[in-house]
Design a protein around this ligand. Structure first.
Ligand code: FES
Length: 109
């Protein structure tokens, strides 16, 4: 069981490179993805409107929202199109083969 507010979300082996999944942590939907061997966790809701990003596409390191096709760099969370936006990042780590997330409400990225 995780301490210091990190929460187990999924076995690291179950999330493949180029995959994204969403998880509910409390009232928050969190998008967890793996790209180039790196794991990232972001708010699961598009910063444009209230659409779940997991319903969109994840290709070539870019997450595309299904609603109006805003795009985000999966590694940095920065907006690709448009560029003046970004995904809110949560802390993520792998402990004993399990991906853990700590919600980061204070940081707006
Ligand atoms: S809700 Fe995601 S691009 Fe509009």
């Amino acid at each position: 069981m995780a301490d210091d507010d990190f929460v187990d979300v999924v076995d690291a082996d179950e999330l493949w490179d180029g995959e994204m999944e969403s998880f509910d942590i409390g009232d928050d939907e969190v998008l967890v993805l793996k790209v180039d061997g790196e794991v990232r966790a972001y708010d699961g809701i598009c910063p444009h409107q209230s659409i779940s990003l997991v319903e969109g596409e994840f290709e070539n390191g870019v997450v595309t929202c299904r609603a109006h096709e805003w795009q985000f760099d999966a590694l940095s969370g920065n907006g690709v199109n448009p560029t003046d936006t970004c995904l809110k990042k949560h802390d993520v780590r792998i402990m004993d083969g399990v991906i853990q997330v700590r919600l980061n409400h204070a940081v707006t990225h």
